[in-house]
Design a protein around this ligand. Structure first.
Ligand code: NAD
Length: 288
């Protein structure tokens, strides 16, 4: 059993830290939010007063934070407080080059780093069925694997530092594209006077089948956009996708389109709604 410091106990981090505690690990967590800390204690963890306290005595530190700036700030404190041999696993979705920069500064103190972003959403975190895409060394991946197995079902070592974040960018591109297309399908069906529920039930059984249709068609038709995964975070992720495309010198026209639809959702004031609220943008474009 490991001593784990867990920083970032939000929609994803809270159930993940709870699973690790339930599996018998000693989990000491820190978050800026008081309710998040109280929830950790309820699920068998211990609360820390700051990052340094969560890192003290830990063999592994896991971070699950919103964006690059939070990861940079928190990992600076983790590196300052941590010692030789510590394994830092960042499971947030951030730019690949930020993962590389964190790994390089951690290495100067003998701290090893894995980038291990996840897919599967809040449901995947709660059900411990996440897909986890991991960048880093073979040895560090092997050491972290038993912890990943507590949190997820599909766990793949995809390459060196930063590779996990590139795979996550590809994931977010596909997820955003599917949300946009399911939204267009709903608008088309409703505008043509066809029952959207019946229509999407058929789609979910044919070649158009996908997990978003399975999990979200009911809530989208009901216009329930409670997050889940916020538009603001998907906006951040589409920025990562476009930057990665530029870095790799490739042209991804669909990525640009999805990024603009997500930007529109944000500009319309839907940033804190679930990313399925792309439907509101598609409706507005059709005057509905
Ligand atoms: P969230 O906003 O619900 O949680 C983030 C938590 O980090 C919050 O509780 C916040 O208080 C805490 N935090 C921020 N700055 C901090 C600091 N300096 N010190 C301590 N705590 C701090 O976000 P989330 O939905 O859990 O997402 C976390 C990461 O996982 C993001 O990078 C996101 O893109 C990614 N992700 C989210 C989902 C999803 O469905 N929500 C799915 C896959 C990946």
């Amino acid at each position: 059993m490991s001593k784990i410091g867990f920083i970032g106990l939000g929609i994803m981090g809270s159930p993940m830290a709870g699973h690790l505690a339930a599996a018998g690990h000693t989990v000491t967590g820190f978050d800026l939010s008081e309710p998040a800390l109280a929830k950790l204690v309820e699920s068998g963890g211990q609360r820390a007063a700051n990052v340094a306290e969560a890192v003290a005595g830990a063999e592994v530190v896991i971070t699950m934070l919103p964006q690059d700036e939070h990861v940079l700030a928190v990992t600076t404190d983790v590196i300052a407080a941590g010692g030789d041999g510590l394994l830092l696993i960042d499971m947030s979705t951030i730019r690949p080059e930020t993962s590389v920069a964190v790994t390089e500064s951690a290495a100067r103190k003998g701290i090893r780093v894995l980038d291990a972003p996840v897919s599967g959403g809040e449901a995947g975190a709660k059900q411990a069925s996440l897909s986890i895409m991991v960048g880093g060394s073979d040895a560090d991946f092997a050491e972290a694997l038993p912890l990943f197995e507590v949190l997820g079902k599909t766990i793949v070592h995809v390459g060196p530092t930063g590779a996990g974040q590139v795979v996550k960018a590809a994931n977010q591109l596909v997820v955003g594209g599917i949300y946009a297309l399911v939204s267009e399908a709903i608008v088309l069906l409703e505008a043509a006077g066809v029952d959207a529920r019946a229509g999407l039930d058929v789609l979910a059984g044919g070649l158009a089948a996908n997990r978003i249709l399975d999990l979200k068609r009911e809530s989208m038709i009901a216009r329930n956009f409670q997050p889940g995964f916020r538009i603001d975070l998907h906006h951040k992720d589409m920025g990562i996708v476009l930057a990665a495309a530029r870095q790799a010198d490739v042209s991804l026209p669909m990525a640009a389109l999805v990024a603009q639809l997500v930007a529109a959702a944000r500009a319309m004031g839907h940033g804190s709604l679930d990313h399925s609220a792309l439907l509101k943008v598609v409706e507005t474009l059709s005057g509905r």
